[in-house]
Structures are given as structure tokens and as C-alpha cells.
Design a protein around this ligand. Structure first.
Ligand code: SAM
Length: 336
């Protein structure tokens, strides 16, 4: 999502809501996991259907307030857990009939408007960017990582062409002063040779730092693996992404698990090896022109989903290996 546009939007819109509800079809009842509860946009819609249960997760403790309100109306059908979705497998769900698991990645309007979270270069807040349950902030990263590490973060997570100069100028500046949000924007402005009048100069670096601080790539990869484990036969795994790296990972995950034989090695009960997912459509579902005009940040949303073909929870995937480079960059944070 583009932080500039988000700040202009006045309220929270659940992205692709109609399309997602049509795919997961809660009218038939069952248990659903909303991995990114946020303001509860998807959860509320699912709970509107009788015979549904929702287990909702969010790493941001602020979501708990909305969850508590919802609990008053749906005490027996709704549970909220303040955990990261990569820890989905700790929910001990083996015997639940999970019919759908949904991820709506990124952050919400409320989060980007919160100066304490410091997600936006326009919010005037601290250089923070922690969505919740983090181990370090953007300020730690900017003030403690070395030049090469910062360069890689900006290059790989932000696709920032001027990553090298920006990293170099950060190191120079931080030997004199601690770098704040405002200071970082000034360094980026000074470092960029080419000005882009459509997108703010700081957009890419801020996106990169947010991904790094929240380990968004590792979260996504391990979230997908664990979701595919707990889902039952016929269950739907659906993901809304907002930038090309997220979409590349989700696309690869579904493609490889619907084309490569992935479940025989671990499953003595399967006679022939088989694939884990059925893909009904290869192209992602995107918002209508009407949705984009009402909620401009939705323009970059892509929804992909797969239907699990078996109850087996052990399967082969090379997704970690494939995106190891990104996971290794996120692991620079281990020393902070
Ligand atoms: C785009 S918002 C979801 C909005 C929601 N679908 C709605 O309609 O209200 C994304 C949410 O996911 C949460 N989130 C992001 N990464 C997460 C993770 N790794 N584990 C759990 N929650 C996460 C964020 O805190 C945020 O509340």
C-alpha cells in the first residue's frame, strides 16, 4: 500500500470483501481463521452467517478492543488471539474442521494514522514501525545496522534504486545525530538523484523498513506453510497481497503445491503421490474500478486462493529455499 494515499482515505474499508466472501462461502457454515483481524471487516461478515465460527488473529494488541466488542455479540462463535500468524500451528487445531483461512496482508488505515506506530513518513511520529510482538524498531535498524545491511534492506524490500547512497548517507549522518523520521526523510530527499513526482521519495525506504521490522516475508512464508497444514480437505486458503514481492511468494506457493507432487514422501497412507492444492483460477482477483475509486489503496490488492485436496498436514515445499535470500536479510534483526 502507498502510505501517501492511505493518509488521504478517511475510513477503513475491508478490501475485496464481496469477492472473498463469495470464494469462502460462509453460508454453508464451518470454522474460519481470519489471520489478519484488523478492524474485523472479514470476521464480522463471516459471523453474519449462522453456523459459522471465527478464530481471529492479529499481532497488534489494539485489535483486541474491536475483538472484545464483537465477543459481546458472538460469545460462543468467536475467539481472538493476539499472536503472529506464523504461529498459527500453535493453536492446536488438528480436530477442527477449518473451512477457510484468510490473510489480508499489510496494515490498516487506523494503524498508519497512529503516530505512535510511526508507519508513515507523514505521520510526524517516532521512527518505530512495529505492528506488535516485535523485537526491534525501525529506529534500532537505522541506527545500528551496518551500511551493507541497510543497502540490502532498501534494495530487496523496497526495490529502491538509490539504496547504496541512502545507506551511505545514513551512516554518515548517524555518527553526528540520532536519526528520526524527519531526519530519515531529509536524508532520502538529499540522496535521490531522480525525483519521482507521482510517488513520495521516501515511500520505498519506508516500505522496506516496515517489511524488515515486522519480518513480513518470514511471517508470510511460515504463515502460509502452517495454514496449509491446519486446513482440512476442501478448505480454502486465500491471501490478499499489496506489493509485488508478497504476490510473488503467494503465487509461487500455490503454483508449486498445485503442480509438484508434494504429499507422498511423508504420507505412508497415500498410494500415489499427489499435489496439495487445486487452483480454480491462475490469475489473481483484483478490485473493481468502483472499489478502487471508493478506496484508492485497494488498487494494488491481489487475491489468490487454493482449495486443499487432502487432510494430510505433512507436505514438501521448497518455498523457504526459494526465498532464502529475503529470510536471511530479515534475520539481520536477530542481533538488534
Ligand atoms: C490490512 S489489515 C487487515 C484488515 C482486515 N481484513 C479488516 O477488514 O479489518 C492487516 C492486519 O494484519 C495484521 N498483521 C500484519 N502482519 C501480521 C502477522 N504476521 N501476524 C498477525 N497479524 C498481522 C496487522 O496488524 C493488521 O491489523
Amino acid at each position: 500500500m502507498d502510505a501517501t494515499t492511505v493518509l488521504k482515505v478517511q475510513k477503513h474499508y475491508p478490501v475485496l470483501l464481496k469477492e472473498i466472501i463469495s470464494v469462502i462461502s460462509p453460508q454453508h457454515g464451518g470454522t474460519f481463521i481470519d489471520c489478519t483481524f484488523g478492524q474485523g471487516g472479514y470476521t464480522k461478515q463471516i459471523l453474519n452467517f449462522e453456523n459459522t465460527n471465527v478464530i481471529a488473529l492479529d499481532r497488534d494488541i489494539d485489535s483486541k478492543k474491536i475483538a472484545n466488542q464483537l465477543k459481546e455479540n458472538y460469545e460462543d462463535r468467536f475467539i481472538f488471539k493476539n499472536i503472529k500468524f506464523s504461529q498459527l500451528n500453535n493453536l492446536k487445531l488438528r480436530n477442527e474442521n477449518i473451512r477457510g483461512i484468510i490473510f489480508d496482508l499489510g496494515y490498516s488505515y487506523t494503524q498508519i494514522k497512529d503516530p505512535q506506530k510511526g508507519l508513515s513518513f507523514q505521520s510526524g511520529g517516532e521512527l518505530n514501525m512495529q505492528l506488535g510482538l516485535n523485537s526491534y524498531s525501525a529506529e534500532d535498524a537505522i541506527n545500528k545496522l551496518d551500511e551493507k545491511e541497510l543497502e540490502k534492506i532498501f534494495k530487496y524490500f523496497g526495490d529502491e534504486k538509490e539504496a547504496k547512497y541512502i545507506a551511505h548517507n545514513i551512516i554518515k549522518e548517524r555518527s553526528r545525530n540520532k536519526i528520526t523520521t524527519k531526519g530519515l526523510v531529509e536524508i532520502i530527499d538529499k540522496s535521490k538523484k531522480r525525483k519521482n513526482f507521482k510517488v513520495h521519495n521516501a515511500t520505498k525506504v519506508f516500505q522496506a523498513l516496515r517489511i524488515f521490522v515486522n519480518k513480513e516475508i518470514s511471517e508470510l512464508i511460515f504463515g502460509l506453510i502452517n495454514a496449509a497444514k491446519v486446513l482440512k480437505k476442501g478448505g480454502i486458503l486465500g491471501v490478499v497481497t499489496f506489493h509485488s514481492l508478497e504476490d510473488k511468494i503467494v503465487k509461487y506457493f500455490f503454483k508449486s503445491l498445485s503442480e509438484n507432487k508434494s504429499i507422498s514422501r511423508y504420507s505412508p497412507f497415500v498410494k500415489q503421490s499427489d499435489t496439495l492444492f487445486n487452483l480454480i483460477q491462475k490469475k489473481p482477483i483484483t478490485p473493481t474500478a468502483e472499489e478502487v475509486s471508493e478506496n484508492p489503496p485497494s488498487r494494488s490488492a491481489k487475491f489468490r486462493y487454493g482449495i486443499k485436496k487432502t487432510d494430510f498436514y505433512n507436505f514438501d515445499t521448497d518455498i523457504e529455499k526459494k526465498f532464502r535470500n529475503y529470510i536471511e536479510i530479515e534475520n539481520y534483526g536477530d542481533k538488534l
